[in-house]
Design a protein around this ligand. Structure first.
Ligand SMILES: O=C(CO)COP(=O)(O)O
Length: 143
């Protein structure tokens, strides 16, 4: 599964702690992250992370584009709920695209933990089954 991890500055430590606590689960997936979040996760957990641009410089939009292409299976986005950010429209757009594509998205630590536990139980495996089925159908019609 492709998991996107994003945290605003005041939430980065929470997210890193979550990844440390559930390292065994996260290590079984491909992790994508915005720039500074990805840097911290990689540094503190030694897990591989596909790092995109920093959030304010377009990283949220890059993750949004992956969501729009249905290439992300779950998003954990720990937002700072107490400040308004210059790139708020990018944040809203990403969350909207998660709803468009029916991608599970957690915006606080409590929900993030539930999502990780779902990953652990393979609750989202149906997404891989659908991906594979569609790829096979596509290659069948092309061949
Ligand atoms: O601002 C962000 C998401 O909106 C996070 O970006 P960074 O991971 O680069 O700090």
């Amino acid at each position: 599964m492709n998991i996107a991890l994003i945290a605003h500055d005041v939430k980065k430590e929470e997210l890193v702690n979550l990844v440390i606590a559930y390292r065994d689960v996260f290590s079984q997936h491909t992790l994508f992250a915005t720039g500074a979040t990805g840097y911290k996760i990689a540094e503190e957990t030694q897990l591989g992370v596909v790092r995109l641009r920093s959030g304010p410089l377009g990283g949220d939009q890059q993750i949004g584009a992956l969501v729009a292409q249905n290439e992300i299976d779950a998003v954990i986005f720990l937002r700072d709920p107490l400040v308004a950010l210059a790139h708020e429209p990018d944040v809203s757009a990403l969350l909207r695209l998660c709803d468009v594509q029916c991608v599970p998205v957690a915006t606080n630590l409590a929900t993030a933990e539930l999502l990780v536990k779902s990953l652990e139980r393979h609750d989202l495996a149906w997404r891989n089954i659908v991906h594979r089925y569609r790829l096979e159908r596509r290659s069948g019609t092309e061949g």
